[in-house]
Design a protein around this ligand. Structure first.
Ligand code: AMP
Ligand code: MG
Length: 417
């Protein structure tokens, strides 16, 4: 065996497992340290850089959860009808600010402050209204009903969002509810990417015999954008060692992470391994997954480098399974392994032992409520439509030698990534 580096394994019996590869990557990458403060509206999908505590109670005041009438239960008689005078109205935003005198109630709406000496709100459906009074039937009052208390949602001093969380729409809402105008977030990760291959043409150009359009850069662009990084497209580079070394060096000068596609295998036109060896450091090459085996990882001038295979499905799979967890960690995001669902397999699956496979499938719920996953008709790593028309990976462990129809398999939804 021709060993290139202590941790570079080229014999297929010694490939790194996905978990081993991730372990090496996690040990090698570090979260970016820069922070910036943004207006709350610009923080969607950004990683919050500090814990945020509330300076206020939410709700800030005792208020009604119903449209109805607020009163004090001491004014309710123990049998028959209770009559209360309507002293005024408490609107949401325009509270009734006086105290209730004995025998009085106020008309009140959802969210409106409940007058201090009222202890209950009755729903408008439960009373009879006259011009300036209401009649409450005996037995329809439950003391303390329909009130919302200060701090029910968030108490003053409580942590509302923890550092490292990717902010979702609801988090923006929570931060707005405590009056947070600006938010500290980690700076965006800069990721430079390019494709390699003499056969690649950019869109808008006519294809000559033997050429194809460069789809990988579009897949990568979308994957990177949806992660929320600053994606820098460095174009399509020919299969030429010197040109590849040049673009790698340039990319390392302007980014935190470099990603290439193609040329990562062992053919005569595959130069990424040689290029990385010449100008950077190789950490590992090739992992025991399918598709996506010829994955190259290392660094160039301290910046992490991922050399993805050229086959379009391999690009997506290696991005989801390897690159994305690494980028998330660097962004200060918390890494969570994808949720696995068990589903019955709709047809037979063939597989050779040795590598973990990520076959593409469509997960659906049958009429009887059972989850069933149907593998895409072709599992070739060149069949990009298998990614586009499926909604999940069918994950088959290294030791699996195939699946019978109806057998349970592990499924990971693309939407998880
Ligand atoms: P390679 O890893 O360079 O040997 O490429 C493997 C396969 O992926 C070949 O069929 C290439 O033509 C194809 N391929 C490589 N790069 C791209 C790309 N950017 N877009 C679409 N297909 C590609
Ligand atoms: Mg190539």
């Amino acid at each position: 065996m021709n060993r290139i580096d202590p941790c570079v394994k080229s014999d297929s019996s010694e490939l790194l497992s996905l978990d081993q590869a991730l372990e090496q990557i996690f040990a090698s990458v570090k979260p970016v340290t820069g922070k910036q403060t943004l207006n709350l509206k610009d923080c969607l999908d950004r990683i919050i850089a500090e814990d945020i505590e509330s300076g206020v109670n939410i709700p800030p005041h005792r208020n009604s959860s119903m449209d109805g009438y607020a009163f004090n239960t001491r004014d309710i008689v123990t049998s028959g009808l209770s009559n209360l005078t309507v002293a005024g109205t408490s609107w949401a935003g325009k509270p009734y600010s006086k105290s209730l005198s004995p025998g009085q109630c106020v008309r009140i709406f959802t969210g409106a402050a409940v007058p201090e000496n009222a202890d209950t709100v009755i729903m408008q459906e439960d009373i009879k209204r006259f011009d300036d009074s209401i009649e409450i039937p005996f037995g329809s009052v439950k003391a303390g009903e329909n009130l919302r208390f200060p701090g029910d949602d968030v108490a003053k001093g409580q942590k509302v969002v923890s550092s490292g969380k990717r902010l979702r729409a609801e988090d923006l809402g929570v931060l707005a509810s405590i009056g947070q105008l600006t938010v500290p977030v980690t700076r965006k990760l800069r990721v430079a990417f390019f494709s390699t291959g003499d056969e690649l043409r950019t869109l808008g150009r006519h294809l000559e015999y033997g050429e194809i359009y460069d789809s990988n850069r579009y897949t990568l662009y979308g994957l990177l954008e949806s992660l929320g990084v600053d994606a820098l497209d460095m174009g399509a580079i020919p299969d030429n060692l010197e040109e590849i070394k040049t673009v790698l060096t340039e990319a390392a000068g302007v980014s935190d992470v470099i990603i290439s596609t193609g040329g990562a295998s062992v053919g005569e036109a595959d130069f990424l391994f040689q290029a990385l060896k010449a100008i950077g450091k190789i950490k590992f090459w090739k992992i025991a997954i399918k598709p996506g085996k010829p994955l190259l990882f290392g660094n160039i001038n301290g910046q992490s480098y991922f050399g993805l295979p050229g086959n379009p499905v391999s690009v997506a799979v290696t991005f989801h399974k390897v690159v994305s967890p690494a980028l998330k960690l660097m962004m200060g995001d918390k890494y969570q392994s994808p949720l696995t669902i068990k589903a019955r397999c709709g047809s037979i699956l063939t597989k050779a032992m040795g590598r973990q496979e990520f076959q593409r499938g469509l997960l659906e719920r049958e009429e009887n409520g059972e989850l069933i996953v149907n593998p895409f008709r072709s599992q070739g790593s060149h069949v990009l439509s298998s990614m586009s028309q499926s909604n999940c990976y069918i994950v088959l462990p290294e030791e699996s030698t195939g699946v019978r129809k109806g057998e349970y398999v592990d499924v990971e939804l693309f939407a998880t990534f």
